[in-house]
Design a protein. Sequence first.
Length: 263
Amino acid sequence: MSAIILLGLSACSNVDEKPEVEKETEETTPVSQEPVEEVEEAVEEEVIVEETEPLYHLNEANWTLEPIKDANPKAVLLTIDDAPDRYAVEMAKTLKELNAPAIFFVNGHFINTDEEKANLKAIYDMGFSIGNHTQTHVNLKDSSEEQQKDEILKVNETVEEVIGEKPKFFRAPFGVNTDFSRSLVSQEGMLLMNWTYGYDWEKQYMDAASLTDIMVNTEYLTNGANLLMHDREWTADALRGIVEELRAKDYDFIDPTTIKGIE
C-alpha cells in the first residue's frame, strides 16, 4: 500500500514539493392541513428510534472500509475534499440524483459568509455527511499544538452552528496527522481517515474523460476502497461517469452513516 499512500500525498497541494509524511502508527414540514371545526384530543405517541448496527469499519492499515457481518464487501466510499468551494453543491446534486452517498470534507475558509454557510446547509440537507478538513488547509505537522487545536475546533464549531451537529469524520490536509491531532480528533468523537486513492490533482487527470477512466480502472480499486476527490470543475464533470461506471462493475456505495465510529 505504500504506493497508494505516496500517490495521495500531493492531494489538495498547490506546490510541487510533496510534504514529508510522518509514519502512521499501528492503530491498526409538517404537512399542512385544512382547518376543521372539531379538533380531536391529541394522543401522545411514544416515538421509538431504533439504533442500527454499523455495517462497515475502517481499516487504518490501508484506509479501506471492511464489512461487518453480512454487509456487501463489494462497495466503495465516495469522499469530496475542499468543500464547499465552487462545485460542491453541484456535485451533491449529481450524487443525490444518482442515489450515491458521500462524505463532504469542508474547510473553514469556505464556510465564512452567509452564502457559503447556505451551501454547506444545502449539501447537508440533501442527506450527505459532513467531515472536518481543517480551517485553512494547513500541514498539521508544521503547526503548533495550539494552531492544530484552532484549525480543527473552529471547523467543528462553524459546522455545528450551520447544520446543528458536529462533523463525524476528520481528514487532515495532505493526509498528515500528528499525535496531538489524532488525540484531539478522538476526543471530539470524530473518526480519522485518509484515503485509498485519488487522482484529480494531477495534471494528466484534469479533464472528465481521463479522470473517469483512472478512477474506475486503477489497479487500486478494490473492495472497500476509500475514493478521494475534490471540489474541482473537472471532478464535478466526471462524477456522474465515475458513479455509473463503478455501478457497471457491480460496486455499491457505502453510506457514511453505516461506518463504525469512535467507541
